[in-house]
Design a protein around this ligand. Sequence first.
Ligand code: AMP
Length: 411
Amino acid sequence: MAFTKFGLSPTVLEGVKAMGYVDPTPIQLRAIPLIMEGRDVIGSAQTGTGKTAAFALPILSKLDQHQPQTRLLVLEPTRELAAQVETAIRDFARFTNLRVAVIFGGVGYGKQNDALRTGVDVLVATPGRLLDHLQQGNCKLDRVQHVVLDEADRMLDMGFLPDVRRILESCPRQRQTSLFSATIPPAIETLIQWAMSNPETVEIGARRTPAETVKHVIYPVSDTQKTDLLVALLERVNYDSVIIFCRTKHGADRVAQMLKRNNHSVAVLHSNRTQSEREQALLGFREGRFEVLVATDIAARGLDIADVSHVINYDVPHHPEDYIHRIGRTGRAEASGDAFTLMIAEDSNHVFAIERFINQKITRVKLENFEYRYTALFEQDKPGAKSGYTGSARAVRVHGGYHFAPGRRRK
Ligand code: AMP
């Protein structure tokens, strides 16, 4: 089924064509007709599924012509996502006369006030700054007809739900509400009951298996050698671009500083950085000025950064789905990619949780000619040793020691 069957407006269809989309993705196939019908929709889908177009195309079609008041409000958990979604909406709406603005914290109010004063049809915003604008009387939401709560579970994680509620209280009750969330924890369930009316759920199974084009392995290492191993890996591996994921902002800063001292060109992406630092980091990485991007999950969540040659998990993610999400940044579109995870003893349970989630044992490897200090982790894969993984026989087991990482050219 092509996009022409949905009854989208001709100008929006033109935008879709200009984007080069040919076939709708599964979430678009299921959500667009429901939103066109006027239903409230819960999309339990992750980023990368095409969910932005799934809500934007039907809603922009309904908005049709410019009016000087905000009729579509999209809430996003992070500034980067807000900027990315605003760009996508502008692209879809480029043949319409609809006006789009984005509002987020960490930057001045001037430009945002100017945009709000001109009267925008579509407002994409992070909750905190939008509330500030509302309280200062810079914008009104009393003519809003469509609300999209994007990445609702992340908004919950970041403590935004009270702000979201206050914003929704400023919108008319009579409206169409869509909510997207990879998971639906109880707090989101409560929000759904409070904010939505007879919603229809569209579930697009979260990817639980890594792409076959990604070779992913674990490097067990003692706590004290983690940074040495990271430096050695970067020296040995012939990478074009690499994202290094850290668990905390502080950790990301430390790793970035250490890599800079080792003469790597490094950008850092986490939520304590100023807006312009974050934009520069992303732009520089996309344009190839930085070969290494050190990021936290929250900052990188949902961002369309693909086609990196390597992902390194400096820290093991605590949510198994983040593992899939992180390593999915490489190995896209038939290109192959490598994902390395550094594992210290205290990570064992998190690694086992990931292996259960993806129903695979992840191969443990050692870097050749690296002077390892002993860690009990090296015992885990010896025959007869207890393993946390109890999955199917299809799992790749490493018996009697370690596979060595595939030989790579030195840079
Ligand atoms: P999203 O999940 O909305 O962040 O979209 C992920 C990526 O898929 C973006 O780069 C979109 O431009 C792209 N995309 C969305 N829908 C389609 C489609 N129907 N065909 C091709 N690419 C798409």
